[in-house]
Design a protein around this ligand. Sequence first.
Ligand SMILES: [Zn+2]
Length: 325
Amino acid sequence: MRARWAVFFWAFSLIANAGFSQDKLSVARFSPPAIPPDKGYFVQEIRGGVYWVTDGLYNTMFIVSSAGVIAVDPLPNLGARYLKAIREVTDKPITHVIYSHEHTDHIGAAYLFSKDAVYIAHEQTAQILARRQDPRRPVPNQTFSQSRTLDVGDQSLVLEYKGTNHEAGNIFIYAPRHKILMLVDVVYPGWMPYKNLGIAEDVPGYIEAHQEALAYDFDTLVAGHVDHLGTRADVEMSLEFVKELQSTVIAEVKTLDFPKFLRANVSPKHRWDRHNDYEQEVVSRCYARLFPKWNNKLRGTDTYLRDNCWAMLESVSVQFPEVQK
Ligand SMILES: [Zn+2]
């Protein structure tokens, strides 16, 4: 009997260890890594000298080359711990700092990095930062318009801009040899997008960014948020969600337009006030239709779906071509 148990445990540990050593990264992709409390961050090589680092809420990546380190998005949540994470894996100097976009929550620790490094961002990001006058976010000293290939030592990184999505100046950061794509604040792997579609400045551009991402040959996505990496499947699921969100809102607006709502719901309130009542009604219908499916697919649906219905309604009203009634 004891021997049978021993065989069982041996077989079990073999399977468990094989699963772990085969692909430690897959564990990090699909379940959050433990953040050592003494360090406050988790750092791991994705492959080929490209590392990702997370505090469990945000994430970013850095690339170690033979000539120095390219650090992307100096996250304020990590602050000086980002520098420690880099020092944990290399003593090469940080030669380049790249901003994905202008938002403080992704680049607000830039001032902690070396003044001698080359800071690179899209030209629109540089323009916005010049207006911000924020000492935490130095204006980049190199910019590009459409595309820039950055060759540092034995590493190559492609920076591309395809138009406004989450924000003007938000870029695609691509390590072609390693099939790693970084696109921030568009896809939230495994999760419902943050409220108002991640505060998307241009919702049509935000949807297009999914298709533009899928045009890259990549299998690992660094998305800027949540506690694990993403895959192509996460981008595909996010695209399916936003398309369904758009078609649902359009269908509800067609079924119930504002004049019809006013006729059906007589009230002494001013029409200006009633506009908000109307939007709340469309949002409630959108939420009721989408919640059962997406609550089973994306975490945080109960928290963020309502705000995302509202953001899509606003965009359908003012950004997309006219809804045909
Ligand atoms: Zn942002």
